[in-house]
Design a protein around this ligand. Sequence first.
Ligand code: NAD
Length: 334
Amino acid sequence: MKVLVTGGAGYIGSTTAKALEQAGHTPVILDSLLNGPLAFVRDRIFYEGDIADRELLRRIVAEHPDIDATIHMAARIVVPESMVLPYEYYRDNVAKSLELFDELVALGKPRVLFSSSASLYAMKESFEVTESDPLDPTSPYARTKRMMEQVLVDMANATDLRAIILRYFNPIGSDPDLESGIYAKEPSHVLGQLVLAARGLKDSFTITGTAHPTRDGTGIRDYIHVWDLAQAHVRAVERFDEVLATVDAPSVVINIGTGEGVTVRELVASFERVFGSKVPITEAPPRPGDAVGAFANVDRSAALLGWSAGLTIDEAIASALAWGAKRQEILGYE
Ligand SMILES: NC(=O)c1ccc[n+]([C@@H]2O[C@H](COP(=O)([O-])OP(=O)(O)OC[C@H]3O[C@@H](n4cnc5c(N)ncnc54)[C@H](O)[C@@H]3O)[C@@H](O)[C@H]2O)c1
């Protein structure tokens, strides 16, 4: 199959592109390089440009008429930044995605897989969330994802568009060949921060939020190895029509996680075990927009995709550490 991957120069997009290749498919990358590095596109079919550039989309489809589906990952993704740049977040994640979806329908390319997020869920006492649980996005970033889910449901009802909405939990780790991983100089993700602290590139790791109603007061997440997440996309693309036929609907939402809830303190303990020594810790109040968290009920992903996460949190941590040691070679910076 040939798959258009928007945001394919990014962390998850580049890893997913590799997983598609390994499964015998061909990714076609569209990325503006707003954030993703050119190094992650390597020798792939790559178009540098914006998802809302309809002329470019027409050219891509004219040059690759055999595109079977689109994985739409391009977005601005930093929660605290979205609190101070709401216009940029709504413009890029909402308005531009609308242009993309409308043009894909016009071009007769109706299959869309959308990167949504577990940060949409309202807090639940048990922290285990199913796809039908209430939503309460707490940041502009999360609200852009909620809006695009609604847009996809409405467009799928009214047009030829068909949508599989993947609500990712918390990807960590890097691709198995260490060709891509977290690339931000100051990663906002928890594991990126831990790697920096462990490698002495930061004074300490800051636990943001220690008075949450979880078992140890710190936020709870469902950390999924990015390579597992990439495989979920391969399954979803391969089974696209079958999945929607099974649910008998033009769109569906699927949680993509491991099904295990891990607190920040537990993550730090696992990290120290894999790393082999202690990491200096500081405690601070939650960042603006931070959610207490959730972990995935994974029944639907198992039933519809025949997929479940196979790699352990220790493997993900080891891969993030290995990438941390290697990334300067690929990115040109620590
Ligand atoms: N990383 C996470 O923890 C996480 C969790 C849940 C959901 N997601 C979603 O997964 C997707 C990928 O996330 P990621 O972590 O790989 O982020 P990333 O920032 O590494 O990748 C996003 C890519 O999109 C590109 N991009 C942004 N705006 C664009 C535009 N208008 N046109 C073309 N390209 C554009 C960027 O240059 C970047 O390469 C995003 O949609 C994100 O919201 C990520």
